[in-house]
Design a protein around this ligand. Sequence first.
Ligand code: KG4
Length: 343
Amino acid sequence: MMEKDIIILGIESSCDDTSAAIIRNGYLLSNVTASQSVHEAYGGVVPELASRAHQQNILPTIDQAIKRAGIEKNDISAIAFTRGPGLLGSLLVGVSFAKGLSISLGRPLIEVNHLQGHILAHFIREEGKDRDIPEFPFLCLLVSGGNSQIVKVNRYNDMEVLGQTIDDAAGETIDKCSKFMGLGYPGGPIIDRMARQGNAHAFQFNKPHITGLNYSFSGLKTSFLYFLEARMKENPQFIEENKNDLAASLERTVVEVLMDKLTKAVKATGIRRVAVAGGVSANTGLRQAFMDKADRSKWQVYIPPFSYTTDNGAMIAMAGYFKYQDKEFCALDKPAYSRVTFK
Ligand code: KG4
């Protein structure tokens, strides 16, 4: 007898991207994301505007994901959704929609932790596209706008945080420094582009001195701001004249801080399979640093395709697919949560 297909709808709405995806038997059929440009004028995500935009985007996004996958909504086996962490008003839109759909279709719900979703993006398979999938256990550097963590991944649902930021996240730091320079939002991709034209050793900024595997980025952010203020007093054109070198030097510093602790984690655990995940993993300098480690230190590295670095429904559907196989379903009364890291 033929096994029935497992078809998972994944819904992501934790920040400023409304995204939905369909995964069939572990293979991605569709991944549709509606991004929100409304925040650009404010230099950062405005929570109230984000939840309003999610309300408008959620139905067409899910509808498109189902259509592009070439399935009917009744084919869906289960609905996976991001329960947290994230902005509560944004999460509520996806969580409520998932619950409503679960009741109307009579299909189970699967809750997904957003951070675990980022890590499990490494397991997304696409027809006709071969890519290395990490074996357990592996280490994952999870770097996004809200988090910077080193995670030991024992299994898809068994993850241990070995170190994390005690203040700002790497992405947040890059975004804030880009704001100090008067650049657009989000700063990450802009700094990345400018850094390619600059000298990464033109300027030196303070690096944190923290023991263990934790990170700290607030000192770097302050050092960058004070440096700019001092130089602008001498020359009001300083930023304009040096923006590529500033971007390159900032990016180098962030990447060095991230890689130093990751190297320590590899030494401490003896695990040489190392992945990177989250929005900042799109960064060219960080990707290069991973490739260099693979060459020089014989790490086996896993770098996700660009489309799965920032928030996406595919990673939530993938996490849901694993949980479905273990029948890890969730009750309708589970509320969204904003801050817990791993649950
Ligand atoms: O994972 P993500 O989409 O959202 C969160 O869950 O936070 O990450 C967004 C972060 C932002 O800080 C953004 O500036 C950063 O990822 N980012 C980058 C690049 N692309 C996105 N940072 C550096 N270089 C990039 N190319």
